[in-house]
Design a protein around this ligand. Structure first.
Ligand SMILES: [Zn+2]
Length: 469
């Protein structure tokens, strides 16, 4: 057999990594060989001993929190950052994705502009919201995102408990993930008011007004409701190890739950919040150094299912406004372009996790959880989504050079020791270090596929969703 394309390098599969090659036809992986020179291609690309990973998947991106960003810029940033699929959040400005007509418009925009593949989250309106779930599920959303904290009453509202329970039951019927921003609205609203009255507006007060209990009380409530409703629950951006303890306990009781943390919570602490101020303002806030260590232990022990960026493409003005009053700055930071190289340095090079586990945390596990059945690993039959990482190729992050519209990052001027050499989406080269972004868009809208429900649930209960044991 002759392949359209053969990619050679040090290949990372769920079973391990080896020097070999991948045969690709029509955007699909048709063969994986653990020796080079076995497969014949019209085109053969040899990456030497560079790592050839499955395309990474970021389940937590906000393209339209800042409308200056949009699909084209965010997906270009993703391609450069080694992310071949992402799931875009529904809290779009000006209109959230809570009905089929706005969803269909967004799908059309993705198919027109995307450089990488994109799945879409839906959400529900503040009042009696669960009624929109059936039609959005039929239209192909990858899951539903709700919040227990009111970021914005229309676009990003707090949902009341009775509506949450109803939404949990409905999403469970579709075997779709229901994910939550879990912070205790009552507590932190009061703490912020108190701090403002007392004139406590320095950066550290962002942390002090959102102590860990504001996260853990919200997480416990959601876990309990998921155990009663049978929901397929996912907790986004966990910042504290105690939340993971609760997730583990409920998993042991048979509750179908997963949890993610974000790269910021593993790499930054309250020291960075003090140092960088508004640039390091994210929700939930950065935690104390010892709390970050405890969270990292959970990750290394296999208790965190996957890692996301929570990419929020703010620009300088969104942050400088909070220079003398942290509460005025926007929350969030960009991540699509830098998360994978930063985490590769930290987790693989410094902490010694295996390339296969790295691929599980950033590709296989999110693909499984969101039923992206063609994605997540280098295996026969999957999409040829491939990312090449060159080790020992240092570069400096420059926030003014992002392909995202965002130009503020606490990692500005940080040196990274590996780089993304090439990114392929379904066999198309969408980015290379030499040539930059390929301007022919190759990305498209993707949606959940068919899976066996029992196996799907067992994957979540087995410690982390990447392993099918
Ligand atoms: Zn988010």
């Amino acid at each position: 057999m002759k392949f359209e394309k053969v990619i050679q390098g040090h290949i990372v599969t769920p079973e391990g990594d080896f020097s070999g090659e991948i045969g690709i036809n029509n955007g699909k992986i048709l063969e994986v060989s653990d020796r080079k020179g076995m497969l014949h291609g019209e085109e053969t690309v040899d990456f030497g001993e560079d790592f050839v990973f499955p395309g990474f998947i970021d389940a937590h991106v906000h393209c339209f929190s800042n409308p200056n960003e949009g699909i084209r810029k965010a997906s270009s940033a993703a391609a450069k950052g080694g992310i071949t699929s992402f799931l875009d959040m529904p809290y779009d400005l000006p209109v959230p994705i809570s009905n089929v007509s706005v969803l269909e418009e967004k799908i059309a925009e993705v198919n027109e502009q995307a450089v990488v593949d994109i799945a879409l989250w839906g959400t529900i309106p503040k009042e009696n919201g669960a009624q929109v779930i059936d039609e959005l599920a039929e239209a192909g959303v990858a899951g539903f995102k709700l919040s227990t904290f009111e970021t914005d009453p229309y676009r990003f509202p707090r949902i009341e408990d009775a509506d949450i329970l109803e939404a949990m039951k409905k999403t469970a019927a579709h075997n779709l993930v229901i994910a939550f921003h879990a912070e205790n609205d009552e507590m932190l609203t009061r703490y912020i008011e108190d701090a403002k009255k007392a004139g406590q507006k320095e950066a550290i007060h962002h942390n002090l007004t959102r102590p860990p209990v504001t996260e853990t009380t919200a997480v416990v409530k959601l876990l309990d409701m998921a155990s009663w409703s049978g929901a397929k629950l996912h907790i986004v951006h966990v910042s504290h190890a105690r939340s993971i303890d609760y997730v583990e306990w409920f998993k042991q009781q048979g509750t179908n739950v997963t949890a993610e943390t974000c790269y910021n919570y593993l790499l930054l602490t309250t020291e960075d919040l003090k140092k960088f101020g508004p640039k390091a303002k994210i929700n939930p806030p950065l935690r104390l150094p010892e709390q970050v260590e405890a969270l990292e232990r959970k990750l290394l022990e296999g208790q965190i299912d996957f890692i996301t960026s929570d990419h929020a493409p703010w620009q300088k003005a969104d942050k400088t406004i909070g220079e003398y009053d942290i509460f005025k700055a926007k929350s969030g930071s960009p991540g699509l372009e830098i998360m994978v190289p930063l985490l590769f340095d930290h987790l693989v090079d410094q902490k010694g996790i295996s390339p296969a586990r790295f691929a599980e945390l950033l590709a296989l596990a999110p693909a499984r959880r969101f039923r992206l059945v063609d994605k997540g690993s280098i295996e026969t039959g999957k999409d040829a989504d491939i990312v090449v990482i060159k080790r020992g190729a240092p570069w400096r992050i420059d926030e003014n050079d992002f392909l995202s519209v965002s130009d503020v990052s606490p990692f500005h001027e940080h040196t990274v020791h590996n780089r993304i050499e090439a990114t392929f989406v379904r066999g198309h080269l969408v980015y290379s270090h030499e040539g930059g972004i390929n301007t022919q868009t190759a990305g498209r809208f993707i949606k959940p596929g068919e899976v066996n429900r029992d196996e799907d649930k067992q994957a979540a209960l087995g410690g982390h969703v990447g392993t099918s044991k």
